[in-house]
Design a protein around this ligand. Sequence first.
Ligand code: C5P
Length: 216
Amino acid sequence: MTSLAGRHAIVTAGPTIEAIDPVRFLSNRSSGRQGYAIAEALADLGASVTLVSGPTCLDAPSGVTRLDVESARDMLAAVVAKLPADIFIAVAAVADWRPARAADRKSDKAGQTTLQLVENPDILRHVAGLEQPRRPGLVIGFAAETHDVLDRARAKRLRKGCDWIVANDVSGDAMGGNENAAILITSETETAWPRASKSRIAEQLAVAVSRHLAKA
Ligand code: C5P
C-alpha cells in the first residue's frame, strides 16, 4: 500500500451555518460523515490531516487535527491559514448564501419577513485558483447531485478548476446516511465506486490519492 507519510492534507466537512441573528441560522442537512471518513482514511495512510469542520455531532477521527468553524467565510479563512498542503479535499456542504446582514439582537417576529441573501465565497474554487506554490498539488471537489449526475459533475470539475471531482447521487439518503455511491472523475478517467459505506468510499479515495502522488 502506498503511503501518504510526509504529506499534509486539508479536508473540509459538514455544513456551514450562516447567522440570521444570535439564535437563528441558515444551514443544510450535511452530517459531515463522508468528510470525516476521508480525513480518517488519509490519516490511516500516514498523512498529516487538518479537518476544517462545520458543526456536526461527530468526534474527530484519531490522529486528525480538527478546526471548528461555523460560517463559509470562517471555513475559507481557516483553510487558507492552514496552507500549504499537498492535498485539498472539499467535502463540506458550504451554504451557497448567507443573510446580507446578521442582526446582533434577536429579530422581532413582527419585523421584516423577507431575508436578503448574498453569495458566499466558493472555497474550492478559491483554493483551486491559487498560484503555485500556494495551490495544493491535488485539489479535489465533491459534486452532490440529484439529477444528471455525471454531466453536472464533469462540468463542475471544469468550472471549479479542481483536478478531480467525486460525483455522488444524493437523490436518495446519501446526505445524512451512512452509505454513498460515487464516481471519481479525473481529466483522464472515470471510476465508479458502487454503493458502500462512507468509510469504504473514503478508503478508495485515499488509495487513489496516494497512488497518484506516488506517480507525480
Ligand atoms: O457548487 P457546489 O456546491 O455543488 O460544489 C460542490 C463542491 O464545491 C464541494 O466540493 C464543496 O465542498 C465545494 N464548495 C465550496 N465552497 C462553496 C460551495 C461549494 O468549497 N461555497
